[in-house]
Design a protein around this ligand. Structure first.
Ligand SMILES: [Zn+2]
Length: 185
């Protein structure tokens, strides 16, 4: 960071000088020529941050970089959350276990309830077969997982882009700041 020093003029004003002017002569607004101390003595003068030139560009560059980094962190967090909270896996085709659970469920049911169960469960099974009955559920679960992973990947890519964009924009701003400073000198 560039630092400026305040060099007092006999007229009472303070002249803002920088390190590159050490050992030279500056002209005050009052017309007086003031000798600038050499570097070693310069450091004894009151210090001020040079706020007009490079630091402002630096600040903007750091700001853009910080925004990119924060955005990237948020997107990474979102991707992590998506990764940790995947939809349930598709149901397994477990014919024996399924039939057993249905049999247990049937016990203690009234004839009317058994008939309802027959209509809801066994008839589709009888007509479609067990796997075909489950297949729509499996498809839906797999689609949900695939969509979820797409969101996660998009979040990861966006995080990378945000970080890269922040770095590139920051570097460009910094470079423009350096050019501005050279023009000032
Ligand atoms: Zn003066």
């Amino acid at each position: 960071m560039s630092v400026a020093y305040l060099l007092p003029c006999p007229c009472g004003q303070s002249l803002r000088i920088n390190v590159s002017q050490a050992g030279g002569v500056v002209t005050c607004d009052c017309g007086a020529s003031v000798v600038v101390p050499r570097l070693r003595e310069l450091r004894n003068l009151p210090e001020v941050e040079s706020i007009e030139e490079r630091p402002s560009a630096w600040g903007a560059a750091q700001g853009v970089l910080a925004i990119g980094a924060i955005l990237a962190a948020l997107l990474l967090a979102a991707a992590g959350w998506l990764n940790a909270n995947e939809p349930p896996a598709p149901p397994q085709v477990d014919t024996a276990g399924y039939l057993k659970s249905v049999s247990v469920g049937v016990e203690g049911l009234s004839p009317a309830q058994s008939y309802d169960l027959w209509l809801q469960r066994y008839q589709p099974l009888a007509s479609l077969g067990f796997v075909d009955d489950l297949q729509p559920q499996i498809d839906l679960a797999q689609q949900a997982i695939a969509l979820h992973r797409t969101y996660r990947n998009v979040a990861l890519i966006a995080a990378g882009l945000a970080l890269a964009g922040g770095i590139v924009a920051g570097l460009m701003l910094r470079r423009s700041g350096v050019v501005k400073q050279v023009n000032h000198a």
